[in-house]
Design a protein around this ligand. Structure first.
Ligand SMILES: *Cc1c(COP(=O)(O)O)cnc(C)c1O
Length: 677
């Protein structure tokens, strides 16, 4: 790998005709994951249609240009607040429709689990959009409870409190119940239940609470351990039976109002959901018959998002739609209740991922494209070059002769293979000679360039094979070795932690130029010094999803990539690897009356160097003093002039207010006219 190589533009002139926005949508599978929100517009730009039933669309490239004009720092996370609202409405509508179609005699009253994205604006937006549906919130820790409680304006909306709660939390919850708020603590362990009763007695109040039941049904996929016998949380059936007798003995039957289960995030298979709902329904009707007037059944989280854009067989994909999920819950519950002639409970789901994933898009700039170094077409080795260099050159000549043979219809695979083997051998020989001190570094460089040139030329011929499946594996793999690296201004660990941690794929694609056929195969690498700081799997319609098809990297404007479906978990779980901080955020609202159909409501600057340093206990005063001492010593030694010392200190101090990401200089980023690059 070496210096970035902007490709000469003539390639563009030879644009293959007929590449359309439609082709880009197919390649990046936009329709499959975009859920009707995202599409390629007539300028070849990514656009969002936040309100499904209206024609209004927002050009994402325009928004990005607008933000550039305002001099905000990149990378930047765009939040389309209308998409968030639309998802809330869609979830509630799906349940309403299922309830109506099934003739279910209870309603749906969802809660938003704030751990998925606690950002205040996100929570406020969800609560606001959920008002007509009496949508509530779910919290899983003390800090989340403190954040969520004051947002419970509607007395009927639920605040479901999961997680193991201490006395402070339980008291606060009981007090909130006293003032008429619908706050329901869910008992995760039997001990927590005893603690709650004790505190309620102390406070002289009748508690209302729910129980997380440990079901026999376990989830499938990554988070299977969240349910079942070995799950961390939950009350077992024997414990539940004890709990019920205990309540009866204390005449507290009315206190148990809710049953809850949680199968884990991204439920892969809808059959498992149905099984779990039927199991909890059975418990519900049995407890009802034993005099426990339960009111709610909460089916937890797990409503999946189709990141992978398909109904594939791997464990990240889900096999149902939002509508099927709602139907599965409603019909399964109804079936069991009707068999036992029981009333239908109010249904709750704690869907977080499905509400927030779609609304945010991370915009990341490619800083350079790196391809394997090759030699010029007219290269000839010098007389003094080592024999190994000349042998590599001979191999290259032979490969070129094979290509030049116009009489042959198909590539001569056996000969290409032989030449490839020669090249591998000679490159190894060059490495050995270098290691033993017999080959100067300049000649090693030439040898490597020749090697990659041979690989590239063989690859070009191999690609013409009429039946790719007959091409030897070694030659097929050449294509992978030849992929480009696109160095991008972001951190995998801050912005797409789940990609690194659990191999989650996110749809990634250029936000412009989608009316041009992409001609490069790339792997995206980030700014961190970690070899894991790269994107290894992509969403595309290619059989091979280990690379991303991108355009030529030309230095005539920034090449921006959009990372989609970023709204769930990534924002909050991102970490400070290499001290890269939170990225800038812009909150965008659709408004047909504004030019471009949107306005930017708010920009939240990303973390600056000083803030990141403070997290690990470095502070400007101390650092300045140390830097000053260090410089002063050099002035005293006569190594630099005092003026230069002052300048250096100035320069150093200025960095504290800088973004932690790449600060482009005017040379890096020529002015962009906002059109497709
Ligand atoms: C994490 C969690 C959720 C949210 O799950 P999603 O799959 O994001 O909808 C809901 N309930 C509980 C108890 C959780 O731990």
């Amino acid at each position: 790998m070496s210096t970035p190589q902007p490709l000469p533009s003539p390639a563009a002139a030879a644009e293959p005709p007929g590449w359309t926005a439609q082709d880009a949508e197919d390649l990046y599978r936009i329709r499959q994951w975009g859920d009707g929100f995202f599409f390629v517009n007539e300028h070849g730009h990514m656009a969002v249609r936040p309100l499904r039933d209206q024609a209004l669309s927002i050009d994402i490239a325009d928004v990005v240009q607008d933000l550039r004009n305002r001099k905000v720092k990149f990378p930047i996370l765009l939040r389309f607040q209308d998409v968030l609202q639309a998802r809330v409405v869609r979830l509630n509508t799906a349940f309403r429709e299922a309830i109506e179609n099934a003739g279910y005699r209870g309603h749906y009253q969802g809660v938003y689990p704030i751990k998925v994205n606690q950002l205040h604006e996100v929570v406020e937006e969800v609560v606001e959009a959920g008002k007509p549906f009496k949508m509530g919130l779910e919290c899983g820790s003390k800090a989340e409870l403190i954040a969520a409680l004051p947002h419970m304006m509607d007395d009927e909306a639920l605040l479901v409190c999961n997680g193991y709660k201490d006395a402070v939390m339980l008291r606060l919850i009981l007090a909130a119940q006293q003032i008429g708020k619908n706050v329901i603590p869910v008992m995760e362990k039997y001990g927590e239940f005893e603690h709650l009763l004790e505190l309620a007695r102390e406070m002289n109040v009748t508690p209302r609470f729910g129980v997380r039941v440990r079901l026999g049904t376990t989830g499938a996929g990554k988070w299977a351990e969240s349910g079942g016998d070995h799950s961390k949380f939950g009350i077992s059936i024997p414990e539940l039976v004890n709990l019920v007798s205990r309540l009866k003995a204390d005449a507290l039957n009315e206190s148990l109002v809710l049953l809850h289960f949680h199968l884990g995030s991204q439920i892969a298979d809808v059959q498992i959901l149905k099984k779990a709902v039927k199991e909890i329904a059975q418990i519900y009707v049995q407890l009802l018959k034993r005099g426990m007037p339960l009111k709610y059944v909460d089916v937890g989280g797990g409503l999946g998002v189709n990141y992978e854009a398909g109904y594939g067989s791997d464990e990240n994909s889900i096999n149902y739609s939002l509508r099927e999920y709602a139907n599965a819950v409603v019909y399964s519950m109804k079936e069991v209740c009707d068999e036992e002639q029981s009333p239908h409970p109010i249904l709750i789901s704690e869907s977080g991922r499905a509400i927030t994933a779609h609304h945010s898009v991370l915009i990341v700039e490619a800083l350079g494209a790196y391809r394997k170094d090759t030699v010029e077409d007219d290269f000839t080795p010098a007389a003094e070059h080592n024999a190994v260099v000349r042998q590599l050159f001979d191999t290259l000549c032979r490969v070129r002769q094979l290509a030049a043979n116009k009489r042959r219809k198909n590539p001569p695979l056996a000969e290409l293979m032989e030449n490839y083997h020669d090249a591998v051998e000679k490159r190894q020989e060059a490495d050995t000679l270098f290691n033993l001190g017999y080959l100067p570094i300049e000649e090693k460089a030439v040898a490597e360039r020749l090697y990659w040139t041979i690989c590239r030329d063989i690859d070009r011929q191999v690609k013409k094979a009429p039946r790719p499946e007959l091409v030897p594996v070694e030659l097929r793999a050449l294509d992978d070795h030849l992929v480009d690296q696109f160095l991008c201004d972001f951190s995998v660990f801050q912005s797409i932690l789940d990609h690194w941690a659990i191999g989650q794929r996110f749809p990634i694609l250029p936000i412009r130029s989608l009316d041009r056929k992409p001609c490069r195969r790339a792997v995206l690498v980030d700014l961190t010094c970690d070899s894991d700081g790269k994107v290894s799997h992509y969403v595309s319609s290619n059989a091979d999803k280990d690379f991303l098809e991108l355009h030529d990297f030309r230095n005539d404007g920034p090449y921006e990539l959009g990372f989609f479906l970023m709204g769930a978990y990534q924002d909050i779980m991102g970490d400070s690897h290499n001290l890269f901080g939170r990225v800038t955020e812009a909150h965008i609202y659709a408004d047909a009356a504004e030019p471009g159909g949107y306005y930017i409501e708010k920009i939240i600057p990303g973390t600056v160097v000083q803030e990141m340093l403070a997290q690990v206990q470095y502070f400007p005063n101390d650092l300045q003093r140390r830097m000053n001492d260090l410089i002063k010593q050099k002035i005293d030694e006569g190594r630099i002039r005092p003026k230069a010392g002052v300048d250096l200190l100035d320069q150093y101090m200025q960095c504290f207010s800088q973004s932690t990401y790449y600060e482009p200089t005017s040379r890096d980023t020529p002015p962009n006219n906002g059109n497709s690059a």
